[in-house]
Design a protein around this ligand. Sequence first.
Ligand code: ATP
Length: 247
Amino acid sequence: MSAVLRAEGLIKNYRRGRAVDGVDLAVGDGERVGLLGPNGAGKTTTLLMCLGVVTPDAGRVEILGRSLPSKRAAAMSDVGFAAGYLPLPSAVRVNEYLEMFGRLYGLRRPRVAAREGLERFGIGHLEKAMGTELSSGQKTLVGIIKATLHNPRLLVLDEPTASLDPDVALRVRTGLQELCATNGTALLVTSHNMVEVERLCERVTFLSRGRVVANGTPDEIARRFDRDGLEEVFLHLAELQQTEVTA
Ligand SMILES: Nc1ncnc2c1ncn2[C@@H]1O[C@H](COP(=O)(O)OP(=O)(O)OP(=O)(O)O)[C@@H](O)[C@H]1O
């Protein structure tokens, strides 16, 4: 399988210490990968280095064969990014917001793409709503739709369902599964919801204290740690991380 994302030896130091410590991460064409780990494990920092938003102290990142940072602009035309914590402007309507991004992406029919995205994630009725009229879950959905308007080869999602109730989270998962199946979009997603990751991702990379501690299918990882599913592996790793911090 050819790689849409290949990151090698990523290191990032902050004032209080090393956040990411030699991470290798790859996402194959059309592959759905979960990046997991306890709070502070280095997931967001790793994602932001893969997107060229945070500059690594060491290591390299390639997206579809284009190296960051020199080829970042070209690389990003094939990437979409959404996160639960990204704000949405309040003074525009949802369709205006999406169409504006569609035009920035250079789409020939931004209105059609916006409409399709809204239908895919089950919020067609919010097309004319103002940003101020949306719940935080609805804002998250609009952010994901924005990130997928240009049919990216790689979709990066940081905690996409963090603030969502189970019904909306299911809608996000279903929309993502449909998108990936239809367009062959590869997915790199962080989440603290292990059930969601088990359903959505074919492969999982676990981080703990900035290092990769496991990489494989959810079943392989559960077997390797002799645990019943990802939830138990997560709890085990979180406990180890906490023990190391307090030791
Ligand atoms: N901009 C920053 N400046 C200083 N330290 C930072 C910065 N961003 C992250 N860190 C530190 O780097 C470490 C990793 O943070 P990161 O946000 O990557 O973890 P995470 O796995 O995404 O955590 P969470 O699950 O809580 O979102 C943490 O110890 C954090 O305090």
